[in-house]
Design a protein around this ligand. Sequence first.
Ligand SMILES: C[S@@+](CC[C@H](N)C(=O)[O-])C[C@H]1O[C@@H](n2cnc3c(N)ncnc32)[C@H](O)[C@@H]1O
Length: 515
Amino acid sequence: MITESERTEFGDFQTPPALACRVVELLNSRGLAPRTVVEPTCGLGSFVEASLTGFRESVAVIAYDVNPDYVQKTSALNRISSTQGRLICQVANFFVQDWTATLESLLEPILIIGNPPWVTASGLGALGSTNLPEKSNFQNRRGLDALTGKSNFDIAEWMLLKLIDAGRSRDVTMAMLVKTSVARRVLSHLWRTGANVEAASIFRFDATAHFGVSADACLLCCQLGSRSSGECSVADLDRPDVSLGRVGWRDGVLVSDLLAYDRQRSLLVSESGSPTFRWRSGVKHDCSTVMELRRVTTGGFVNGNGQHLELEPEYVYPLLKGTDVVHRRVGEVRKWLLITQGKPGEDTSIIAKRAPNTWAYLCAHGEQLDSRRSSIYRSRPRFSVFGVGAYTFAPWKVAISALHKRLVFATVGPIEDRPVVFDDTCYHLSCDCEADARLLASMLNSECSQELLGALVFWDAKRPITTEVLERLDLRRVAARLGLASEFDRFAGAVRPSSQAVFDFDPASVRSAGR
Ligand SMILES: C[S@@+](CC[C@H](N)C(=O)[O-])C[C@H]1O[C@@H](n2cnc3c(N)ncnc32)[C@H](O)[C@@H]1O
């Protein structure tokens, strides 16, 4: 009997036999006729049994798992007369196995099938587990990427890439149940590195129904070969013949809808060009109980602990979150945000003089603020926040929620003469007047912009909207398409050339205006 933590550590969610049979049936119907099937993490053997019974009678199956109990149970399938000793099942740790030698020794065509563990390196780190590849930094991610958590990866992603690399000179097809995000990252890696994936398909299935876990999941099929198509068909596993579109590799990025992308490609920022405008993230503070406040009708604010506060208005701004933006609830705010800096790294001790109550409040909660876990706060002035700059304090903005599954751009103006700020679930562009903000919003909400952005977004991602996606749209080209070129040029002409911050507002002047 395995414990709950072992189940997590080894990604031990056994595939229901019916799902494994469905996968084999699909592969069979597509004409796949392997001579050898490899199940690298076979568990209780659903795919082993489905392969032995579903493919041609002569197929040989070779299966491995790190858990000796599972290997013993799966080996028992050999005693069924119909399998006729066609199964080899062994205890093996995926991470130390020589996969090139293993695949080299097998009869082709080879099918690698299974359901590798759905666990991330950081999840394993939290459990103190060593069930990891020795070299975790496998895609040469270093420095800042590693710092911001991008060096975290799914074990399944590592396993699939390892197997594909080991099988690159052999006739190999891979069919694995994985999270859709893993499938995308594997395909991106293969296409980016020029690996030869002749055909690829994603068949989505309901992971909650089959595994009781909430994740977007799919069967990823890749056929290795001598050339790369750079395209992958998408369908549901229950209705494999009904196409849901094609994802693919275009201009160095993964595209979620190739047809729409090709239709609106002329609106992309040119390869040599830089983005027209810099999209900015909202403010990051990692301490909502202290920094996010509600205003009380009788005066003052209340923090997340219910503590009543009398703060100077200078450092407090109306706050909108992604949910407000996506529903265009932007005329009033439910919360206010304490912003301690006008730009990154600014000395915060000045608050003591300018707003003594605010400083006393921050000091009283110093321990909580000092213990914010993210390393970005280390070696920074005390009470620092991130995602602030002149752009934060611009009076007008066009904003979008990064987390919602809708491309809604909302025009946001000041509230009570104070610039509205966003939390870090939003991105925005800044403008100095309402007319400019409305012009940008109408361009971004136009059909052609929405179609292009929609072709770049993967809605099942945790944060579907990113600055990388937004900054691929060339607003100058959108304006020309919509017949708004002169309005846009007038607006863009007012923008300072750096366009690092779309406008260089002086936060201090905005603060005093609000006082
Ligand atoms: C999601 S389960 C899937 C089992 C089986 N493939 C299926 O589809 O039912 C993942 C399996 O990976 C195995 N596993 C985890 N880490 C492993 C490793 N380092 N080497 C080999 N197998 C491993 C676990 O024991 C578990 O049986």
